[in-house]
Design a protein around this ligand. Structure first.
Ligand SMILES: [Zn+2]
Length: 211
């Protein structure tokens, strides 16, 4: 499609992170954080905060993530660092959904770091290089999974074209109609985190902060 053979596409998987090479100690930390995010997402999905996504569970195997709904349907949620992801990051987003998961882009390096494509991407790191925590990995995964499962946004070439045409008329991605359900999941997850940290009063704190 848009991508020629010269385009970069690197699938980020636990198996790849366990292979020899790259910055091995940091890969182990990143993988542990990814596993922690799976636990957080499953806790969220089992909670009363989940409303938009169907009931279900995430699993992380060597070849990557899957989401399986309570009715037994399974979606692969692949994470790929791609040239298209670099463009998405350049226009201010962290990730973009596709049929089988989402793509992310490259991040800046800290002084003295040698690039490790499996780590230096916007799944694990902020574009400026600091590390995202497990809650942040969970948030981006839940948001993009909402796009994939509910088929909202850039799922397929025509929807992708339509998405960007509409985006040109919106102030930001947040106001895009295809983002309504994914951002609902993001807000539900934020409420879950607040309640988890502070009890039911945490949700009150959140609505006060939102004003
Ligand atoms: Zn989105």
């Amino acid at each position: 499609m848009l991508c020629a053979a010269s385009c970069r596409s690197l699938e980020i998987t636990p198996a790849a992170l366990r292979e020899k090479g790259g910055r091995a100690p940091e890969r182990a930390v990143a993988l542990a954080r990814w596993e922690e995010s799976i636990g957080l997402m499953n806790e969220f999905l089992a909670s009363s905060c989940r409303r938009t996504l169907p009931e279900g569970r995430f699993a992380l195997a060597g070849e990557g993530m899957t989401f399986t709904s309570a009715s037994g349907q399974t979606w692969p949620i692949q994470v790929c660092a791609t040239t298209w992801g670099d463009l998405v990051v350049a226009i201010g987003f962290r990730a973009q959904e596709g049929q089988c998961g989402f793509c992310v882009g490259a991040t800046q390096l800290q002084p003295g770091e040698a690039r490790d494509g499996l780590l230096d991407n916007t799944f694990f790191r902020h574009p400026q290089g600091f590390w995202e925590d497990a809650a942040s990995l969970a948030e981006v995964t839940l948001h993009e999974t909402t796009h994939v499962v509910l088929r909202e946004g850039t799922i397929g070439p025509w929807n992708t074209l339509g998405y960007y045409l509409v985006l040109l008329t919106c102030w930001s991605g947040v106001e895009h109609p295809a983002e309504r359900l994914p951002y609902a999941t993001s807000a539900e997850f934020e409420r879950f985190l607040a309640e988890r940290a502070h009890g039911p009063a945490g949700a009150g704190l959140l609505s006060w902060r939102a004003r």
